[in-house]
Design a protein around this ligand. Structure first.
Ligand SMILES: NC(=O)C1=CN([C@@H]2O[C@H](COP(=O)(O)OP(=O)(O)OC[C@H]3O[C@@H](n4cnc5c(N)ncnc54)[C@H](OP(=O)(O)O)[C@@H]3O)[C@@H](O)[C@H]2O)C=CC1
Ligand SMILES: O=C(O)C1=N[C@H](C(=O)O)C[C@H](O)C1
Length: 234
């Protein structure tokens, strides 16, 4: 993703790529190159240190790295209190279709007795379930709670642990990893006599670039924490 973002920024006439940071580089080279925005696609083990450093330097951040729990988001909000002019955009998925898939799923949530999420990714992915699936499950859980939906019907007793997937805020999430896949998600709703499937496929990593470029352009105008692309697309 890092290389794909560098290519996209380099090709954008209104943006300048001033530094590329890999594992062996120090973030200080970004500051000395005059970076205004840091884009982070690394891993959950290092992203918080990167973000804290950028906020302390007064550099805005666009973050795609997964693994942002509520605790982590609250920690970022706390850091931003000290730097009120700095903006941070954290998006579980920069694909415009994926953002719409999540919005549609949240809208459908209250009308169906059952809902499960099946996410599918390339086998080099380090985390499961995906950040997108976790975020979608939370949106669905919030919508069901707001509508007063009862718990989903499910009489299953698992014969093998994990057969019913992970429980994310009461929503079952199934993670598939297979060669040939990029990033895909289905949200399967069911109620009496009907099902609704909402599916999104990222077939190539270029799918994330319009969202990343939008976030880079917008983050400098939006102090504080922006979660997801929804407000940027409104
Ligand atoms: N929000 C979205 O739309 C998307 C989010 N993602 C997320 O982005 C993250 C990265 O995904 P992906 O590119 O596939 O993962 P990769 O593992 O291919 O790339 C991560 C890169 O980060 C580098 N890295 C690790 N630590 C540091 C560090 N301290 N400073 C600088 N670079 C570092 C790694 O270097 P090395 O290999 O040397 O360790 C590696 O090159 C994941 O969390 C993934 O889930 C991915 C796609 C879309
Ligand atoms: O690792 C990936 O590839 C992706 N990660 C993000 C996630 O965890 O949801 C976004 C997209 O699914 C691709």
């Amino acid at each position: 993703m890092g290389l794909e973002v560098c290519k996209a920024v380099d090709a954008a006439p209104d943006l300048d790529l001033v530094a590329l940071i890999d594992h062996n580089d120090t973030l200080a080279s970004a500051a000395s190159a005059g970076a205004r925005v840091l884009v982070d696609f690394t891993n959950p083990g290092v992203v918080m240190d990167n973000l804290k450093w950028a906020i302390d330097q007064g550099i805005h951040s666009v973050v795609g790295t997964s693994g942002f729990s509520q605790e982590r988001l609250d920690q970022v909000r706390g850091w931003l209190v000290e730097k009120p002019s700095v903006g941070v955009v954290i998006a579980p998925n920069f694909g415009i279709g994926a953002v719409l898939m999540m919005q549609f799923a949240a809208r459908a949530a209250r009308y169906f007795e059952s809902v499960e999420i099946i996410e599918q990714h390339h086998p080099r992915k380090l985390d499961a379930p995906s950040g997108t699936a976790t975020h979608t499950a939370r949106l669905i859980a919030d919508a069901r709670k707001a509508a007063g939906c009862p718990p989903m019907p499910d009489a299953t007793r698992e014969e093998f642990g994990g057969a019913r997937g992970a429980d994310v805020d009461g929503v079952r999430v199934h993670a598939v990893r297979a060669a040939g896949l990029v990033a895909h998600q289905e949200v399967l709703f069911g109620t009496a006599g009907e099902t609704l499937t909402i599916r999104h496929d990222s077939l190539d990593r270029s799918s994330f670039m319009p969202g990343v470029l939008l976030a880079i352009r917008e983050v400098v105008k939006r102090p504080g924490l922006t979660l997801g692309l929804d407000d940027l697309l409104a």
